[in-house]
Design a protein around this ligand. Structure first.
Ligand code: CR1
Length: 836
């Protein structure tokens, strides 16, 4: 077998076959064949995109036998493996090509094959791929990391979601403001997906319900819907890292049902019939661009129900294909609800079992609870999904009845266990009776699941103490913590190939499949002078690459030897990009006054999108750009300080960002960032963190050693205490001269061409409310940044810390997270290849 993958898959097709072989010969032949047969081109006429497309098809071909074999393990009668269904409204996969080359172990073979067909530049082909931006940020990217780990750990899994025609918007910056552009990622086709035109399900919407008696004389309910849309499956293979497993991502596209409005059609109202079709397709048209979603949008509920219904129907179909009875559903499927977005699954599974498959309620309920697990990703009150009852009733009348019945039984049980505690009943109820009535989706998910988990230790504790404290009281055994993780395949091997090669040279190549136990072997090298030099050289190279990209995208020229201080993540007040800005303005003031000779040169880089309707977040982007312009134009200050806003931060761009960082900014208000995952990607690539005790920062700091982490700020408990004591930011403003000077400079119009009004709402909110406690943490942050500069002036000491950060974050591999989910929540085991 011409392969350096070390993996073998049983196959009826010889691996040397042109369609599947992993060696350079087979790949080169396949490139030319695919170029001709699939794209209708000869090499001399092929564009860069043609080469990208035929390479993508060629690589996809090479996954097919593993994919088919893995799928068989979920569909064949004689196999008994339980599989995971990861239900998520978002999968932010990032580009597929590079990752596939890494996971299949064919990077070199492909480079060689390309050069044989006269294409020497793999990187330009990688660049050609338009990334599927089917997610907002943390939650969607986490889902993609988990899919990579599931496959790598040989756990059969399907990621179920929505094939949005338009993903997260592309961000442009005009005059310092964010401008949103449509993400037309499917414009040139998508070579990674396989459309399964025969795997379709009808999804009902609207209408009413009606009781009836079935043949057995049983009283039942049926749903007479107002309309039906059809979900069509689009599959994308997800190859594990050098293992026989290739799982799949199955995304649903909405289409008009076959039988749509024939009446209108027949009476000649052709346009009305077509309107219907357009309305149906709207469901999978566009991703909601809110990181922490706000409820109330009918289309969003329709999207959620649409993909959940298709997915559950598909899971039932697959179970039946395996010849298993429906009452064993939970023995063959573990369904994970990625936040509350898919939580309607609880009611839909009940509906399918009880209404469609005539199962008794109690049995259906036991199956539903044993199947579902719920992951909470945020404590922010404004992010909790609540649906106005009238909207819910209009769209999902049958589900409303089912949820009432779930609630009735649940509250009855609570009433018996906690007699007389009406307050408790009200707080636990699935329906919020206060004001206009609302459906509480986090409650539905909690009641319908056997396991509830937070995404970092602190977050899980806070979840138990605050948001879900009543659920914790009545069912403590349901609660688990699974700290997030990220895949080292994409976030080290693919994004930082030189570092990856260095690590492999020193500790062998097992680390990429077992980060948790292998990466620590780097530790002794932290004080090895030669190793430090190699480490520094790689970081310097990565910084030059990022500097090139920044110059190309923004025109700003930055100094690669300066300290690269980076904050990339969604724009949100709780993430406090504007705390960073306050520090920059403070530094600017200082550098204008005193000689900058002793200052450690820094380049501060921001990136991230703001939800289009989130005015304050967009104003913060404008502020960053305005402050950047002033600093970068100042002849003195710009000698030692540059500020960059890198537009359109996405997975593809981020590959160049994490490896180039010296300092990672993780400065959210303690208690607000559930976990963070960028913090892990930075540390894995040798950045030191400046951060608060928030989310996974806490665990990262414990892992890398407190002396290798720049900690500042209030703790979550202190934040709460201060809030309770009537926090007055204005007194901090009044008493801190440097802070006042910075804020006043922003108010003065200095950064806004004399316009004193532009940033007024931002300044006002800080001085009067400061919900996210920037002023309370300001002084500690500024002082901590001084400690960072001091530390950076000793390059050897810094490098030692950088190496230790990398060496000690092995437990933040998503492989560890997935092992924990398998053990604590899903009760699934890997399938060993021979079982297939
Ligand atoms: C959280 O804000 C976390 C990711 C993944 C985000 C972030 O701290 O790392 O989830 N939450 O768990 C989110 O997107 C809808 O909520």
């Amino acid at each position: 077998i011409a392969s350096d993958s070390g993996a073998s898959a049983p196959s009826p097709i010889a691996l040397t076959n042109v369609r599947t072989g992993l060696g350079a010969d087979a790949i080169a032949t396949a490139l030319i064949e695919n170029l001709y047969c699939l794209l209708g081109k000869l090499p001399q006429h092929a564009t860069r995109n043609d080469w990208y497309m035929c390479l993508a098809y060629t690589v996809r071909d090479r996954m097919m036998e593993r994919y088919v074999a893995t799928l068989a393990s979920i569909t064949e009668t004689n196999t008994a493996a339980k599989a995971v269904a990861y239900l998520s409204a978002e999968f932010l996969t990032g580009p597929h090509l590079g990752n596939s080359l890494v996971n299949l172990g064919i990077w070199q073979a492909v480079e060689e094959a390309l050069s044989r067909v006269g294409q020497d530049d793999l990187s330009s082909l990688l660049d050609q791929e338009e990334e599927p931006g089917l997610g907002n940020g943390g939650l969607g990217r986490l889902a993609a990391c988990y899919m990579d780990s599931l496959a790598t750990l040989n756990v059969p899994a399907i990621g179920y979601g929505i094939r949005y025609e338009f993903g997260i918007f592309d961000q442009a910056i005009r005059d310092g403001w964010q401008v949103e552009l449509t993400d037309k990622w499917l414009r040139f086709g998508n070579p990674w997906e396989i459309v399964r035109s025969e795997i379709t399900f009808d999804v009902k919407l609207g209408g009413r319900t009606e009781p009836y008696y079935d043949e057995a004389g049983r009283y039942r309910m049926r749903w007479l819907s107002e309309k039906v849309v059809k979900g069509v499956a689009y599959d994308t293979p997800v190859p594990g890292y050098r293992v026989p497993t290739t799982n799949l991502l199955r995304l649903w596209k909405a289409e008009a049902a076959e039988s749509f409005d024939f009446e209108a059609f027949n009476v000649g109202d052709y346009y009305r019939a077509v309107d219907e079709k357009i309305a149906s397709e709207t469901i999978s048209k566009v991703l909601y661009p809110n990181d922490e979603p706000e409820a109330g949008k009918q289309l969003r509920l329709a999207q959620q129900y649409f993909f959940v219904s298709c997915s559950l129907q598909d899971m039932i179909r697959l179970l039946i294909m395996r010849g298993k009875p429906l009452d064993e559903f939970h023995s063959y499927w573990a369904a994970q609800l990625n936040d509350t977005h898919p939580s309607i699954a609880v009611a839909e599974l009940m509906r399918l079992l009880v209404d469609e498959h005539a199962m008794e309620w109690d049995q259906a309920w036991a199956i539903t609870q044993q199947t579902c697990g719920y992951t909470n990703h945020t404590l922010l009150a404004e992010a909790l999904e609540r649906w106005p009852l009238p909207l819910f009733a209009r769209l999902l009348p049958r589900h409303l009845e089912i949820i009432y019945e779930i609630n009735r039984r649940f509250l009855n049980d609570i009433r018996l266990r906690y007699p007389g505690d009406d307050q408790l009943l009200q707080r636990l109820s699935l329906i919020d009776e206060a004001g206009g009535k609302h459906m509480r989706m986090a409650h539905l998910a909690s009641v319908g699941s056997h396991a509830i988990n937070g995404v970092a230790a602190l977050h899980t504790e806070l979840l138990k103490q605050t948001l879900l404290s009543d659920f914790h009281r009545v069912a403590p055994e349901k609660f688990f913590n699974v700290t997030n993780g990220v895949t080292p395949r994409r976030w080290i091997a693919l994004s930082n190939p030189n570092l990856s090669a260095l690590i492999t040279r020193k500790i062998g190549d097992r680390w990429l499949a077992d980060l948790e136990h292998e990466l620590e072997h780097l530790e002794p090298l932290a004080i090895d002078g030669d190793f430090q030099k190699e480490w520094q050289a790689i970081k310097a190279d990565n910084k030059r690459v990022l500097a090139g990209l920044i110059k190309e995208r923004t025109g700003i020229i930055i100094e690669p030897h300066s300290l690269f201080d980076i904050q990339v993540k969604r724009l949100h007040e709780y993430k406090r990009q504007h705390l960073n800005v306050l520090y920059l303005v403070t530094l600017f003031n200082k550098l204008r006054r005193v000689s900058s000779a002793a200052e450690i040169p820094r380049t501060v880089i921001f990136g991230g999108k703001a939800a289009p309707g989130y005015r304050m977040a967009k104003l913060i982007i404008k502020l960053i750009n305005s402050v950047a312009a002033a600093i970068n134009q100042d002849p003195v200050v710009s000698q030692v300080l540059k500020v960059v806003f890198l537009p359109d931060f996405n997975v593809k761009t981020s590959h160049h960002v994490y490896p180039a960082a010296d300092l990672s900014e993780q400065i959210s208000t303690a208690g607000k960032e559930a976990s963070g995952t960028g913090n892990m990607k930075f540390a894995m690539n040798g950045a030191l963190t400046i951060g608060t005790l928030d989310g996974a920062n806490v665990e990262i700091r414990d892992a890398v050693g407190h002396e290798n982490f720049f900690l500042f700020g209030l703790t979550a408990a202190e934040v709460e205490r201060l809030k309770a004591e009537a926090y007055t930011p204005r007194s901090i403003y009044d008493s801190n001269a440097e802070l006042r000077e910075a804020i006043d400079l922003i108010s003065s119009g200095f950064f806004s061409n004399g316009d004193r009004g532009l940033f007024q709402s931002l300044v006002e909110s800080l001085i009067t409310r400061d919900d996210y406690m920037l002023l309370a943490d300001y002084q500690a942050y500024v002082e901590c940044q001084q400690r960072v500069s001091q530390a950076y002036s000793d390059q050897n000491a810094w490098t030692r810390m950088s190496i230790l950060n990398c060496a000690r974050v092995g437990r933040f591999s998503s492989d560890r997270s997935i092992r924990e989910y398998c053990r604590d929540i899903w009760n699934v085991r890997p399938i060993v290849p021979d079982e297939r």
